[in-house]
Write a new protein. Sequence first.
Length: 338
Amino acid sequence: MTHVSAMFVRKMIEQAPGSLDPAALWHSVGLTPADAADPSAGVQDIVYYGLLETLAAAEAPDISFHLRTSAGMKCADFGAIGLAWKSAPTLRRSFQRHDRYARAFNTTSTFRLIERDGKNLWTHHRPEPKRLGMYLSTEGTMGTYVAMCRETTFAENKPEAVQFCHPEPAGSLKALEEYFQCPVTFGADIDAIILPEDRLDKPNTVGDESIWRFLTAHIEETLADQDAEETLTQQIVQNIVNMLSEGVPTLSDVASEFGMSARTLQRRLAEEGHSFQTVVDEARRQLAERFLADTRYSIAEIAFLTGFSEQSAFTRAFKRWAGRTPGAFRLGASARVR
C-alpha cells in the first residue's frame, strides 16, 4: 500500500480556502491533527489526491494552495534527512542519494538526478492514477524541492525550466510560473526540474561536509534497519507497482534496479519462497485494488493500467488472486467507505 506522510496532509489543510471547514477535511482523510504529529502516520495516496481535489474545487478558478504549501516547507520539516540536505557541501551533494531518502515520506514516487543532453534533471516518477489530485501533488512535490534549494543556497534560486508529464491543469499555470520563476511546460516524457550545471557545484550557504557525512551515515543506518525488516520480495513488489504504468517490467529490468543479475534475483526470490511471476502478480493485485477503490476508473481502464490487454484476462486473474471478481471487490470497497 502506497502512502503519503500525514505531515503533507497537515500542511495542505493549513492552506485550505477559508470556505472549507478544517475539521471536515481532517475527517475526510481519517486523521486528526494529533495523529499528524506522529512522524510515521500517513494516508493512502488516493485519499490524499481526493483531499487536494476538494481544496482545488474550493479555490478555483485560480489554484495555488499547493504552491503556498511548497513555499512554506523547510528542510527542518524533514528531520535528519532535511538537515543532511541543508548541510551538504554543494547542491549536487544535496541531491545525491536523496532518491533513497525520499521514500521515508512518500512511497508513491521515485526520484533520480540524471544528465540528459548536457542538462541536469531532478526527475520524478509516480505511477497512475491520472487525476487532478495526483497532478497537483506532483506540482507541489517539485515545488518543495525548489523551496529546499532556495533555503540551502539563496532565495532567488530558480531552475532553468520545469516540466510535467500531465496536461496543464485549469487555473494553476500562472501560479506555477510565478513560483518557479522559469518556463513551465506540460506533456513531457518525465517530470523534472532542470538545474543549471554551475549552480549545482557552488558551495551551499550553510554547507558543512563533516556534519553532512555524520547525518548521512546516521540515515543510512536507519534505512538499513528498515530494509532488513522489509523482505526483498516486498521491496520488489513495490518497485514493480511503480513501474506498471509503463508496462509489465521484465526480470532483467527489475534486477538492474536492484543492482543484481537476473539469475541472482531469481535465486534470492526462491530463497524467500517466491518466483518472479508471483511477485509480478502480487504487484498487479495491489495496484488493481487501489484503482478499484476509486470509482473514477472503469474495470476496462484498470485492466489496461495493470498490464492486461483484455478485460476478460484481468477479470480471470483478479478472481484467482482475490477469490472474487473486480466488480464484487469494488462493491465491497464502496460498502466499507460508507
